[in-house]
Design a protein around this ligand. Structure first.
Ligand code: SAM
Ligand code: SF4
Length: 327
């Protein structure tokens, strides 16, 4: 039996984000406390075989078209290329989001294993700021990872920049120049209220309009058709590539959202801000059938709400932070 993962508003779900680990080698101030989190026990984390089974059932029987590996930091999961190899056999677009610190070491292996696309998260080009933001002195390694990813054949390489007022909002033009010089697609992301320290506030968000205004003081560009991407895309008129803005807070893309999220311990959520989940690991480890897995996912997707309500009085911050949800 093949099904469509459609919710009660008619949105069909074809994109799965998989956190392959909750662990991370960084401690970004907007994502994790300095001391890290209480990591999951290894036995609680889905095995590669369990991840593959969920992905296979959804790809073969429920129209799954894309998978993004995330974390925590996906590259800290041992033998990651093995998982990539398994998932690359499915007929899906396979991508990964990483902090880039160890990418120079494994980019070629990941590419050879079948990874197609890569996004690197980088919020500042200033070394001291980088240390303050990530609590790690790894900027040089991330920049090297970026170049190695390109030479390994990832094209385009995308860099995701979370903009925060008073922290890095003076670097918009520097990032655009980096993108133009290195052939990278830079995408600015609005800061979201999922930070572990609870420091988010509305005035910390650098809104979409302001990002575009700043960019237009220096460059000429025009909009590109958006497709199913959450990013508004813009193409430089002089042919030097493109950049994007993901306005998750000021202009949410919930109405066209097609994403599901699988946490490292096998909880499937229908939204980054969901207050509920279904436990797929329990189904897998109690001998559940593929039909049961499929029914559980379909039921969770069906229950999806119209959209998140950041900035409204009834918004409830989920108990899990961004590093546990995968971003
Ligand atoms: N460790 C990997 C990385 O940093 O790319 C993957 C996981 S990380 C949670 C995924 C994405 O979430 C990153 O691009 C990160 O910048 C973003 N992120 C984390 N906290 C955020 C927040 N409070 N608001 C917006 N984006 C956030
Ligand atoms: Fe780790 Fe990514 Fe969170 Fe930074 S944003 S602490 S790299 S999971």
């Amino acid at each position: 039996m093949a099904i469509e993962l459609s919710d009660r508003f008619g949105r069909v779900h074809t994109d799965l984000r998989i956190s392959v680990t909750d662990r991370c080698n960084f401690r970004c101030a907007y994502c994790m406390p300095a001391e890290g989190m209480q990591w999951l026990d290894r036995a609680d984390v889905l095995t590669f075989e369990e991840i593959e089974r969920i992905a296979r059932v959804l790809a073969e029987r429920a129209g799954l078209k894309s998978i993004r590996l995330t974390g925590g930091e996906p590259t800290v999961r041992a033998r990651l290329p093995l998982l990539v190899e398994k998932l690359a056999r499915l007929d899906v677009d396979l991508a990964m989001t990483t902090n880039g610190a160890t990418l120079a070491l494994i980019a070629h292996d990941l590419r050879a294993a079948g990874l197609r696309r890569i996004n690197i998260s980088l919020d500042t080009l200033d070394r001291d700021r980088f240390v303050r933001l990530t609590r790690r002195d790894e900027l040089a390694n991330v920049l090297e990872g970026l170049d190695v990813a390109r030479s390994a054949g990832f094209d385009p390489v995308k860099v995701n920049v979370v903009l925060m007022r008073g922290i890095n909002d003076d670097e918009i033009v520097d990032f655009l120049r980096l993108g133009r010089d290195r052939g990278i697609v830079v995408r600015f992301i609005e800061f979201m209220p999922l930070d572990a320290q609870g420091e988010w506030s509305n005035d910390r968000v650098v809104p979409y309009d302001e990002i575009l205004a700043r960019a237009s003081e220096h460059f000429e560009f025009e909009p590109v058709a958006r497709g199913s991407s959450p990013a508004e895309r813009f193409r430089y008129r002089d042919g030097s590539g493109e950049f994007g803005v993901i306005a998750s807070v000021t202009e949410p893309f919930c109405a066209s959202c097609d994403r599901m999220r699988l946490s490292a311990e096998g909880q499937l959520r229908n939204c980054l801000f969901a207050l509920r989940h279904v436990d797929l690991r329990a189904i897998l480890r109690s001998g559940g059938t593929d039909d049961e897995l499929l029914a559980a996912v379909a039921g969770e997707v069906e229950e999806k709400w119209a959209g998140h309500s950041i900035n409204q009085v009834h918004f409830i911050k989920p108990s899990k932070g961004m590093s546990q949800l995968g971003g």
